[in-house]
Design a protein around this ligand. Structure first.
Ligand code: FES
Ligand code: FES
Length: 160
């Protein structure tokens, strides 16, 4: 018998009916809500490309069961900005060409957003630590770190 789960995604209330309370949030986002920005990589909480914010904290959504979601607030990469009004992180990633295939980037943008909420001038080491759970197989790390520092500077209103 299906059960209904009520929570919010990118500021909008959602209600999904599912038979299996163990359905991962990642599947709900992609298959029920059509939000394809959050990616499936390993499915084992190892790669970070399924990262979302839950109540502001970065979480790997591939193993987060829907039964834990009622009442929570989820932010996906689609909630950061739009093509017309990108988030400073998204703009900085474009400006620095911080990525190659791009598969890891939605998870990395989410981890970076969580970092900048807490630390508006992170060092390279602090960024590396914050991205410890995000793999990038293309080796774009240097450009990714530069982009996050660039976004932080923009958000502080500092010159780059
Ligand atoms: S798909 Fe979730 S961590 Fe890899
Ligand atoms: S840009 Fe390809 S995995 Fe990171």
């Amino acid at each position: 018998m299906s059960q209904t789960y009520d929570f919010s995604v990118n500021g909008k209330p959602v209600s999904v009916a599912l038979d299996n309370e163990a359905t991962p949030l990642l599947y709900v986002l992609r298959n029920e809500l059509g939000l394809m920005g959050t990616r499936f990589g390993c499915g084992l909480e190892q790669c970070g490309c399924c990262m979302v914010l839950i109540d502001g904290e970065p979480v790997k959504s591939c193993n987060r069961e829907i039964s834990a979601l009622p009442g929570k607030s989820v932010t996906t990469v689609e909630g950061l900005g739009t093509r017309e009004h990108p988030h400073p992180l998204q703009q900085a990633f474009l400006d620095e060409q911080a990525g190659q295939c791009g598969y890891c980037l939605s998870g990395i943008l989410i981890s970076a957003k969580a970092l900048l909420e807490k630390n508006n001038a992170p060092t390279r080491q602090e960024i590396a630590l914050a991205l410890d759970g995000n793999l990038c197989r293309c080796g774009s790390h240097n450009r990714i770190i530069r982009a996050i520092q660039r976004a932080a500077a923009v958000m502080r209103g500092a010159s780059q």
